[in-house]
Design a protein around this ligand. Structure first.
Ligand SMILES: *[C@@H]1O[C@H](CO)[C@@H](O)[C@H](O)[C@H]1NC(C)=O
Ligand SMILES: *[C@@H]1O[C@H](CO)[C@@H](O)[C@H](O)[C@H]1NC(C)=O
Ligand SMILES: *[C@@H]1O[C@H](CO)[C@@H](O)[C@H](O)[C@H]1NC(C)=O
Ligand SMILES: *[C@@H]1O[C@H](CO)[C@@H](O)[C@H](O)[C@H]1NC(C)=O
Ligand SMILES: *[C@@H]1O[C@H](CO)[C@@H](O)[C@H](O)[C@H]1NC(C)=O
Ligand SMILES: *[C@@H]1O[C@H](CO)[C@@H](O)[C@H](O)[C@H]1NC(C)=O
Length: 332
């Protein structure tokens, strides 16, 4: 028994690194590389400068790797991660991946439909990038010279990054950064449509802004957002927005907003005290326009006449959350 413990103790000592690093003089080479690295700026580089900086960075990693002590090995790991990040940054890879992701729906490139670049499963992603290389190259052909250079030389490295598991807890690793743009397409389309409908409703001063059916777009976005890491963070606001599109509360809010923005409508009602108000530009609103919100009877009169009938049903329930809040927003 004792012998066994001694043996284990011996093995632990044997495999542990020297904790004390050799004096600075013996790693002068690393310090020089480090100082060369910190001189250069990492932005707006040409290919030659980026390559030189990238080379120095990985030489630093190799330099620390050769020193057999704890702090040096820690440095090695630290700079390994840093250099990988900086390489992607210097060669403008993130922007290029974003371009690639914007083709998610395969609108311009049929080949996008043939590979599962967006799979939640990292081994499926690996397979997609490997067998779909020519498709990837076709879609990214207009990326910057720097990123084209990177892709040309480092494609298999890129594949290995894209095929890493995401870290759902920290969302820190580079793969998560690169993967984070994969739902941009859905979200852009959803927000565009929402904004378009809101603008249209305000412009035409129709009776309350009632969202058209965005259910399908919401569903697309939710599915996409549930398969990522950074993207999952954005799921909650999108879900909330989608779930609230046609609730009585949202309708009340939309109706009141459209009234506040429509001086012409407000002028028609005595209780608003706005008969003398000058017409406003579309999209602008005055402090006085909010005053009717302080008078619930007045609000009810306007809703009854100007907005969708069903909105009246929810008014007592949602008044405090919606009307009061809007009225409050005008006075402070
Ligand atoms: C640091 O940069 C200088 C000037 O570019 C170069 O001469 C030197 O060899 C570099 N040092 C290392 C360790 O790479
Ligand atoms: C580790 O890196 C730091 C700079 O980040 C440096 O000052 C230190 O000397 C390095 N340690 C070793 C053992 O090389
Ligand atoms: C790349 O640019 C060319 C010329 O501007 C254009 O015709 C082509 O459609 C672009 N390709 C992509 C993938 O955007
Ligand atoms: C960056 O440096 C590493 C290590 O020297 C090398 O393998 C890689 O090809 C370089 N990347 C680019 C884009 O030149
Ligand atoms: C909204 O659209 C979806 C899909 O087109 C459909 O299934 C759903 O019934 C629609 N809902 C409403 C309230 O119109
Ligand atoms: C309108 O003016 C009357 C009389 O000055 C006042 O009592 C009432 O609170 C005002 N209503 C609004 C909505 O400002």
């Amino acid at each position: 028994m004792h012998r066994f413990l001694i043996l284990i103790g011996f093995l632990i000592i044997k495999t542990r690194l020297e904790t004390v690093c050799p004096a600075e003089s013996s790693n002068e080479k690393c310090s020089k590389l480090l100082s060369n690295l910190t001189i250069g700026s990492m932005e707006n580089l040409d290919i030659e400068a980026a390559e030189a900086l990238n080379k120095t960075c990985f030489e630093l990693v190799d330099c620390y790797a050769e020193i057999d002590c704890e702090q040096a090995q820690k440095n090695k790991t630290f700079y390994q991660n840093l250099c990988e990040r900086k390489e992607l940054e210097m060669f403008e890879t993130e922007a290029c991946i974003k371009t690639f992701h914007s083709e998610r729906k395969g609108k311009s490139f049929e080949c996008m439909k043939d590979f599962e670049f967006f799979s939640k499963d990292e081994s499926v992603r690996r397979e997609a990038y490997t067998s779909g290389k020519s498709c990837f190259l076709e879609v990214t052909q207009n990326c910057s010279d720097l990123s084209i250079n990177f892709i040309g030389k480092r494609f298999s490295h890129l594949v290995s990054i894209m095929a890493r598991k995401t870290d759902e807890k920290s969302c820190e690793p580079i793969q998560d950064k690169l993967l984070s743009s994969q739902c941009s397409w859905e979200l852009t389309e959803l927000y565009d449509e929402l904004t378009k409908q809101q603008t249209h409703a305000l412009k035409s001063q129709i009776k309350g802004i009632v969202m058209q059916n965005l259910t399908e777009m919401c569903q697309d976005s939710k599915i996409c957002l549930s398969t990522g890491c950074h993207v999952t963070e954005r799921l909650t606001p999108v879900s909330e927005m989608c779930d609230n599109l046609n609730t009585p509360k949202q309708k009340l809010s939309n109706c009141l907003k459209s009234l506040v923005y429509s001086t012409d409508t407000l002028k028609k009602y005595k209780c608003t005290n706005m008969s003398d108000a000058k017409p406003n530009w579309y999209g602008s609103h005055s402090i006085e326009a909010y005053m009717f919100l302080t008078d619930k009877e007045c609000v009810k009169t306007l809703i009854k006449a100007e907005c969708e009938e069903s909105i009246m049903e929810g008014i007592d329930e949602h008044w405090t959350e919606v009307g009061r809040v809007m009225a409050g927003a005008s006075t402070n």
